[in-house]
Design a protein around this ligand. Structure first.
Ligand SMILES: Nc1nc2c(ncn2[C@@H]2O[C@H](COP(=O)(O)OP(=O)(O)OP(=O)(O)O)[C@@H](O)[C@H]2O)c(=O)[nH]1
Ligand SMILES: [Mg+2]
Length: 444
């Protein structure tokens, strides 16, 4: 792969009014370009305080932090300019930098350069994105673990187990007179160890995806079942309109909350009924069905004060093929012993009875509780690589158990190493690289 490293620049902070704004310049000419627009000499490794000057006019009082290659985020010369946080001023300074020879960075180009200049591996670059996008403390913790290299270290450990045995096999094949053939027991033991480690990581894959992306929970049921009341109770906020009139909620409403460190998008839906909905309600009902379709978990509500009916059953059937929790509402109005199903949860949005139990049930529904599993985060690309490596190792293991020629076993072991090498980016194609960095924002 050939890359040209010209000098790039971008605004690194959100473009809105704030205390400060940061513009980053990276590349061979970064310090030189910063010096051209600054009213003082730039001293390396120092905090430089002065003014950005353009055509003799003072533009903004700034601080410039110069980092000399290779001791910077990108591994190149970097100048970080801290301006006052006015979008107008920040844009003006960016334009002046562009006029002086830098090019506008593409999405994720700073982090891509950090990877290409061997400052971080690919799993760490991806962790930067996860950390920026973290919605909860738990996902930030996992992303920070990956950023600090925990995923890389774990992958390296597995790779070294495979490399050890592969090295011995190759040595005995290349120098049959000097090196004895490796015992099949030893080969089997090493492969089994590597397989075990990979399976342990993949066990947490679902949890990692949930931590990274959050989940969607839809509140569904007949009109007046108490959906909006429960929606408000879960949010602890009077967000949705609640009345005794059937068909109060017309549109789906979405809000975010956190349950035990998981980001949840909660969706209140319009009550579903067959009888006499008007045109607007009909559209709402269609939206409700879509929301159920797209949700990870559906809360199926029925009005406990009226009892379970055929109409409730019909709605619950819409959620049959996905994770759902049956919720009996208005428990303050009804006899608690009168349950329809064993594992339903009785709640009252009025007295808040059962709300915490319901939150726990949502959490249990989506996670196999494994607190140790969030030390680092894997994404779908890593999981794909681990699965491919696992498949190759299982082939190798079968071969070893069958006493196959070690030459053939080594082919599968090499394939597993290649798959694992893709995680850190040591084996990588341009397409994969571009895909990864496309998800970043400009300036990172
Ligand atoms: N006593 C009592 N009343 C409740 C409870 N939950 C909801 N209600 C009442 O039931 C009625 C309907 O509640 P909503 O939350 O608007 O019901 P909904 O399912 O959103 O109804 P639609 O939006 O019309 O589909 C309102 O009068 C609420 O005050 C509860 O836990 N206890
Ligand atoms: Mg409602």
């Amino acid at each position: 792969m050939n890359y040209t490293f010209d000098t790039i620049c971008a605004i690194a902070t959100p473009l809105s009014t704030g205390g400060i704004g940061v513009i980053r310049i990276s590349g061979e000419d970064a310090i030189e370009i910063a010096a051209k627009i600054f009213n003082k000499k730039i001293v390396p490794k120092a905090i430089n305080h002065g003014w950005i000057v353009y055509k003799g006019e003072k533009i903004d009082e700034v601080i410039i932090l110069p980092f000399l290659a290779p001791n910077s985020y990108t591994g190149e010369n970097v100048a970080e300019i801290q301006t006052h946080g006015s979008p107008v001023v920040i844009n003006q300074i960016l334009n002046i930098i562009l006029e002086n020879g830098a090019r506008l960075a593409q999405k994720g180009e700073f982090t891509k350069r950090a990877f290409l200049n061997h400052k971080i591996d690919l799993s760490q670059a991806e962790a930067v994105l996860d950390l920026i996008n973290s919605k909860t403390q738990k996902s930030a913790h996992g992303a920070a673990g990956s950023l600090s290299g925990l995923l890389r270290i774990k992958t390296e450990e597995i790779k070294s187990k495979i490399s050890d045995i592969l090295g011995k096999i190759i040595a005995s094949l290349d120098f049959p007179d000097d090196v004895a053939e490796v015992g099949y027991d030893e080969i089997i033991k090493n492969i089994e160890d590597a397989i075990y480690e990979i399976k342990e990581i993949l066990k947490n894959a679902k949890m990692h995806n949930i931590l990274r992306q959050g989940i969607k929970v839809a509140v569904a049921g007949r009109p007046n079942a108490g959906k909006s009341s429960l929606f408000n109770a879960l949010l602890n906020l009077e967000r949705a309109i609640v009345t005794e009139i059937e068909g109060t909620t017309r549109d789906t409403i979405t809000e975010s909350l956190e349950i035990n460190g998981i980001s949840v998008t909660l969706i209140d839906t319009a009550g579903i009924r067959d009888k006499s909905p008007d045109k607007v309600e009909k559209i709402g009902i269609e939206q409700s069905k879509n929301a159920i379709e797209q949700a990870d978990v559906v809360l199926c509500l029925y009005d406990g004060s009226c009892g379970f009916s055929e109409a409730d059953k019909k709605i619950f059937e819409l959620a049959n093929n996905k994770k759902h929790i049956v919720v009996r509402t208005k428990s303050d109005l009804c006899d608690k012993s009168n349950k329809t199903t064993e594992d339903e949860i009785s709640i009252s949005s009025k007295t808040k009875e059962g709300i915490d139990e319901l939150k726990r049930a949502i959490y249990n529904e989506i996670t196999e509780l494994n607190p140790a599993g969030s030390e680092f985060l894997t994404n779908q690309r890593h999981q794909y690589c681990f699965r491919a490596a696992l498949e190759a190792l299982e082939n190798a293991l079968q071969g070893a158990k069958d006493g196959e020629l070690q030459d053939l076993i080594s082919i599968d072991l090499k394939a597993a190493l290649t798959n694992l090498g893709e995680i850190s980016g040591e084996v990588i194609t341009d397409d994969i690289l571009n895909n990864i960095f496309e998800n970043f924002c400009i300036g990172k």
